[in-house]
Design a binder for this molecule. Structure first.
Ligand code: ADP
Length: 367
């Protein structure tokens, strides 16, 4: 889709054809690459040793697409998950803020795994860690390494760790890490994905033994797929479960308040929370989960849908969308949530929940 056919150069020499990539002229992309490299140079104006053998376009890609200097998420933006916040503060944030104290026996692990159902705040935690520890945040989805960067994944991984080491303290967040470090040795496993995995483990080993201030956070919805080598390197493994009732109430309250739509009473919010609770057997709660509760992201979608209620109603009364004023719309009501429940269903299946609990008991960091 980004392909732009070759164009003739302006020089009038018909034989001289210039190619352009993704809508940028060569000059523009050269300039942007140069700027990225300049930003990574040390005080002596030289590029750090680690980056010298890397391809400039990969360094540029990491700097522009994967690196986020201010992820703009703080602990207060995340509902619930007190256990995870406490563990992460002790294990990651304090050591990043005070490396002088956290050495020797106190030296922290460099790998953290966040596992649990999708949409429960794992990425938010990664961003908040970087925000709270004033670290540079690098976000990469492992599946993009194996799909988009076929054959180049290894080089990109090397560039990623190289740039991170020049931007310390750094947090590298690898989403869907299972697709990179999976234990499956399927017949279809390509040589290239095996090499990618090896490169990744080598890079992790490298900074694990050194004094670098880099933390690797892996996130996965399928922890069972991780192999033993991956588990060994991700020393702390935290279960990020579905939100509690209080956390769900917080999300509803917060989102509506932000938009100035908040009019629900506490009892009404409690009602929304009870509607979004999972149903488990009273006799065998661990074994029989009839329906799962809503994730944080499901709750967000529910609020979004409910907040459309007043708008739909105003339009039904014949007001034109172009003439609609904010005052024409009533506040969001409990009835809007009841309607939205028909549209937005929980995205996690009961079976999945059971398997997270199992894995947590076996491999999770429980305290
Ligand atoms: P995950 O990485 O676990 O799949 P995300 O962190 O990307 O999930 O969350 C997706 C969205 O869902 C977030 O942008 C946020 O709006 C909402 N969300 C999920 N969990 C929470 C939470 N605990 N507190 C506040 N919002 C949440």
């Amino acid at each position: 889709g980004n392909f732009i056919p070759p164009i003739k150069s302006n020089g009038g020499n018909t034989g001289n054809v210039t190619t352009r990539v993704a809508g940028k002229s060569d000059d523009a992309s050269d300039d942007s690459t140069k700027r990225c490299l300049e930003m990574l140079c040390g005080p002596d104006g030289e590029l750090p040793e680690k980056l010298r053998n890397l391809e400039p376009r990969l360094i540029e890609h990491i700097s522009n697409e994967i690196m986020d200097r201010d992820p703009n998420v703080r602990w207060d933006d995340i509902a619930g998950l007190d256990h995870a916040k406490k563990c992460v503060t002790e294990m990651v944030i304090w050591p990043l803020l005070r490396p002088d104290i956290f050495k020797g026996c106190r030296s922290p692990g460099r790998g953290l795994l966040l596992f649990g159902p999708p949409g429960t705040g794992k990425t938010m935690i990664g961003k908040a860690i970087a925000g709270e520890a004033k670290a540079t945040f690098f976000y990469i989805s492992a599946s993009s390494l194996t799909s988009k960067w076929i054959g180049e994944g290894e080089k990109l991984v090397r560039a990623l760790f190289g740039v991170a080491s020049c931007r310390q303290p750094a947090v590298i967040f690898v989403d869907e890490i299972d697709s990179l470090l999976s234990q499956r040795k399927s017949e279809g496993e390509h040589e290239s994905s095996r090499r990618l995995k090896t490169q990744f483990l080598i890079e992790m080993e490298g900074f694990d033994s050194g004094s670098e201030q880099i933390l690797l956070i892996g996130a996965t919805n399928r922890p069972q797929e991780l192999d033993e080598a991956a588990r060994r390197r991700l020393t702390k493994r935290l279960y990020i479960p579905l939100p509690s009732s209080e956390a769900r109430a917080w999300i509803v309250h917060n989102l509506l308040e932000k938009d100035g739509l908040f009019k629900l009473s506490k009892d009404e919010i409690d009602t929304v929370c009870s509607w979004t609770e999972g149903v488990v057997s009273e006799i065998f709660p661990a074994l029989l989960v009839f329906s799962s509760g809503y994730s944080g992201s499901d709750m967000k979608n529910l609020v979004k849908d409910a907040s459309m209620g007043p708008l739909r109603e105003a339009l039904k009364q014949g007001i034109e969308i172009t003439k609609l004023k904010k005052e024409d719309m009533r506040p969001v009501t409990l009835q809007d949530f009841e309607n939205a429940l028909q549209e937005v269903r929980p995205s996690v299946s009961p079976n999945e929940l059971g398997s997270y609990d199992e894995w947590n008991k076996q491999f999770g960091s429980l305290s």
